[in-house]
Write a protein that binds this ligand. Structure first.
Ligand SMILES: NC(=O)c1ccc[n+]([C@@H]2O[C@H](COP(=O)([O-])OP(=O)(O)OC[C@H]3O[C@@H](n4cnc5c(N)ncnc54)[C@H](OP(=O)(O)O)[C@@H]3O)[C@@H](O)[C@H]2O)c1
Length: 281
């Protein structure tokens, strides 16, 4: 029956030209057997001194990855790398500085010889209200939250392309899917742009064995969240979610690990929500 259908309408299934179709066993992905296992893989995590960045760097390391730990300040970067473990390595620097994305990729490659995973986590969570927002603050938010992830993706691409394997995970937000509860217009705009960037890159890079996805957390219990709003307000907000609590950094880290794993090989261009059901309300 299927053969007859194929014969009847040959033009509907255009013949792919190599190397557009990658069969998983044909790629040079590291030989891992479970999503828990990142042994032999190398990950870069930006903004990894605390919160979600630190949680995902720790989780990837626990699961066997070598991790290049980006933090703006060198001392904090070294402290975070030491806390994460022996396969962690500090790559300090402001991701929005000229040449820094390339420098981070180069240092990871020099040290570990490959780059399998990029987690674009660093961001400025700015809350300035619309009418008070200056052009300078707007540009800074776009530089750090959107342009830097783009340049980092470009910077790791040659290594991933050479390997015919890579996983890029951009940390967006429910703000990118709808609008930020606490952040300003620049924050919402940058996180929305990151979803467009994710899809556009996914469309062009899949043929190299590179997937690009976004993770969109809702209200997560991190230092940042606690600094941004009083506990009472957080409790009130989270109390209205279908799962009536804040999310944990560990829960988000586990979703990022899944998107970064070999098991997620057929997921690309996706925006993966993790928000206790808040977004559908
Ligand atoms: N927590 C939430 O509820 C939530 C919800 C949705 C999305 N998110 C997203 O999740 C990510 C992590 O959030 P978080 O709660 O862990 O907040 P966070 O603690 O503020 O983490 C962001 C990290 O990015 C770093 N960073 C900022 N600008 C940088 C730059 N130019 N270069 C390098 N690093 C820079 C910060 O470093 P410094 O310590 O040096 O400032 C900070 O450690 C962010 O992308 C955020 O937008 C969080």
């Amino acid at each position: 029956m299927i053969r007859r259908l194929l014969r009847a309408s040959p033009r509907r299934w255009p013949r792919p030209t190599a190397p557009r179709i990658l069969v998983p066993s044909m790629t040079t992905s590291p030989d891992v057997t479970s999503i828990q296992d990142f042994t032999g893989q190398v990950a870069i995590v930006t903004g990894a001194a605390r919160g979600l960045g630190l949680a995902v760097a720790m989780r990837l390391h626990e699961r066997g990855a070598a991790v290049a730990v980006n933090v703006r300040d060198a001392e904090r970067a070294n402290a975070a790398a030491r806390a994460i473990g022996e396969r962690a390595f500090a790559v300090p620097g402001d991701v929005s500085d000229d040449g820094m994305p390339q420098e981070i990729a180069r240092r990871a490659l020099d040290r570990f010889g490959r780059i399998d995973v990029l987690v674009n986590n660093a961001a400025l969570p700015l809350t300035t209200r619309f009418e008070a927002l200056t052009a300078a603050e707007w540009r800074r938010a776009i530089e750090v939250n959107l342009t830097a992830p783009f340049l980092l993706m470009q910077a790791v691409l040659p290594a991933m392309k050479a390997q015919q394997y890579g996983r890029i995970v951009n940390i967006s937000s429910s703000a990118g899917r709808m609008v930020s509860t606490l952040g300003g217009a620049h924050y919402t705009t940058s996180k929305t742009g990151l979803l467009g960037l994710t899809r556009a890159a996914a469309k062009e890079l899949g043929c190299y064995g590179v997937t690009v996805n976004a993770v969109c957390p809702g209200m997560i219990d991190t230092e940042l969240t606690r600094e941004t709003a009083p506990g009472e307000l957080l409790e009130r907000l989270a109390g209205g979610y279908p799962i009536p609590r804040l999310g944990t950094a560990r829960e988000v880290a586990d979703l990022i690990c899944f998107a970064a794993s070999t098991s997620a090989g057929y997921i690309t261009g996706a925006s993966l929500d993790i928000n206790g059901g808040d977004l559908m309300m």
